[in-house]
Design a binder for this molecule. Structure first.
Ligand SMILES: Nc1nc2c(c(=O)[nH]1)N[C@H]1C(S)=C(S)[C@@H](COP(=O)(O)O)O[C@H]1N2
Ligand SMILES: [Mo]
Length: 507
């Protein structure tokens, strides 16, 4: 018996891998998010409790997704191994187990908000291929129980069956993955803005090596979302709907949206999950339609400051985000953006349209792959992160970050500088101060302000003397308020505290 368990487990794993790979390929053709791997992964993301998610983002950063897929794979393969071993006792039971597993994947796919009408198909393929492959592999690979049955295959043939199945799975899965990543991203032609911004003033950039560039290139812009696969939205199938408590709801096609007068705005966007000193922040020149105009077109005539009202926005893959209605109506120019630094939104950043709300963290104001904005009351509907206990009021905290010298570097003695960025969207930055070791607070030089909703660069000349040195930085916002020294973690309202850093200066 014992000599049969390991081969049976191997058969289970390879049969499930082959089934999953075949399903991945079918999904690549009919609807990528319905691949068992992606569908189950997405459901697990949504079901993960906030503290675990925070821990994962904090520990693995943006590698959290590959790690999640890996964990799901390990658990699935374990169950597949069990199905293989069970097959030795009962064909019915092991087939049942495989069908149950694939049915779960099918349910996960069908329940995704972006599920197409064929979302069940990949799971069915996984079930059929998995069950047939297990039958075939067991008959080829597992030694027979008694001498009375058929003679065993030679070892060489057994290994060949296992290896062949593995190779077939690699080929199918690889072909699927190739198709998914090769799908040509859709694109569109941006209109010229009705209200263009002048080129950025020279002074916004201090021209100092090591300080974050004032405008973050699109390819380096941080990406945070729950989507395992960034939706590949076909603009010709896409609409933006404004509805809910508005007199005249309406929908716009992409051409209708692009035909509306567009404005440009320089806005810094950051994630509530950003630790003090963290990298989940970037600045871009956005092109879009002020949300105010869209709600005016819908005839909205409620009190623009009513704090009980929200806009529940929905994305094509089913994300929901609550934004205070007041923030989308006031003069801050929240945008339905279609352009980012002169290009259509990259797929990872919400193509073809996203919300950008200055002064609010992304999780309450920056819905990507936006498709609907519903005016409603906070007590009538809740959104994804609100359901996970994050703050409703997602106003950004004042922060300053040291970019250079990089933490824990060894640098040469002599004249150098300490530099970075500081932000307090909506309020602006009026002062940045730096303390070296236990010295006095020294006022840093600020780069010019492009907009109160954009970060500012800062630097302080410094004579580096041999030994270890600690830096602390703190910002004061445009209202004269010093950023709080009290430290808070990102959950639930954004991290606070002063950023510190240290370097060693060589002799
Ligand atoms: N559809 C969708 N939109 C989303 C999210 C998401 O998970 N799904 N994440 C939000 C969060 S938490 C942030 S910080 C910003 C990040 O935008 P970026 O990836 O373009 O930097 O997008 C927001 N919009
Ligand atoms: Mo975020």
């Amino acid at each position: 018996m014992n000599s049969r368990i390991a081969p049976a487990a191997a058969c289970g794993i390879l049969a499930a891998t082959l089934g999953t790979a075949a399903a991945h390929l079918v999904a690549a053709v009919v609807s990528p998010p319905s691949s068992p791997v992606l569908a189950i992964g997405s459901q697990v993301i949504d079901a993960t409790p906030t503290p675990v998610k925070e821990w994962a983002v904090g520990t693995f950063g943006t590698a959290d997704k590959p790690i999640l897929i890996g964990s799901v794979a390990v658990v699935s393969l374990l169950l597949a191994a069990i199905a293989g071993v069970v097959r030795l006792r009962s064909r019915l039971l092991s087939t049942g187990l495989l069908i149950l597993l694939t049915a779960l994947a099918g349910a996960a796919a069908v329940l995704r908000p972006s599920a197409g009408s064929l979302a069940w198909l990949p799971a069915l393929v996984a079930a059929v291929v998995g069950v047939l492959a297990l039958d075939w592999l067991i008959s080829r690979v597992v030694p027979s129980e008694s001498a009375h049955s058929r003679p065993d295959q030679p070892t060489r043939r057994r290994l060949f069956a296992l290896g062949g199945t593995g190779a077939a799975a690699l080929a199918l899965g690889g072909a699927g993955q190739g198709l998914i990543s090769r799908t040509k991203p859709a694109t569109l032609t941006l209109p010229t803005p009705a209200e263009p911004l002048p080129p950025l003033a020279k002074g916004v950039s201090l021209g100092k090596e090591g300080i974050s560039p004032f405008i973050t290139p699109n390819t380096e812009f941080y990406r945070i979302d729950t989507a395992l696969l960034a939706p590949n939205v076909d603009p010709s199938d896409w609409t933006l709907t404004i509805d809910g408590d508005v007199p005249q709801g309406f929908s716009l096609s992409i051409d209708e949206l692009l035909g509306l007068p567009m404005v440009e705005r320089d806005i810094t966007l950051n994630c509530v999950s950003n630790e003090v000193g963290g990298a989940y922040i970037g600045s871009a020149r956005w092109l879009g339609v002020p949300t105010r105009e869209l709600f005016a077109r819908a005839g909205l005539d409620t009190d623009p400051k009513n704090p009980d009202l929200q806009v529940l926005s929905t994305s094509t893959e089913g994300m929901t985000i609550s934004t205070p209605l007041s923030a989308l109506l006031d003069d801050r120019d929240a945008l339905v953006a279609v352009g980012m630094n002169g290009e259509p939104l990259p797929r990872e950043h919400g193509f073809p349209a996203r919300l950008v709300t200055p002064g609010l963290y992304g999780f309450v104001g920056a819905t990507k792959w936006l498709t609907r904005m519903t005016v409603t009351r906070y007590d009538a509907a809740s959104a994804y992160w609100t359901d996970r206990e994050w703050a409703i009021d997602g106003r950004v905290q004042t922060q300053a970050r040291i970019d250079t010298p990089r933490a824990l570097r060894r640098i040469a003695p002599g004249r150098t500088f300490i530099g970075g960025v500081a932000w307090a969207q909506r309020r602006g930055i009026s002062k940045v101060e730096v303390r070296v070791d236990d010295g006095p607070w020294q006022r840093a030089t600020l780069g010019a302000e492009a907009d109160v909703d954009c970060w500012r660069q800062w630097f302080l000349p410094w004579d580096a003397t041999p030994g270890r040195h600690d830096f602390t930085v703190r910002a004061t916002d445009g209202d004269g308020e010093l950023q709080t020294k009290e430290t808070a973690p990102p959950f639930p309202s954004g991290a606070t505290g002063w950023h510190t850093s240290a370097v060693t200066v060589t002799d």
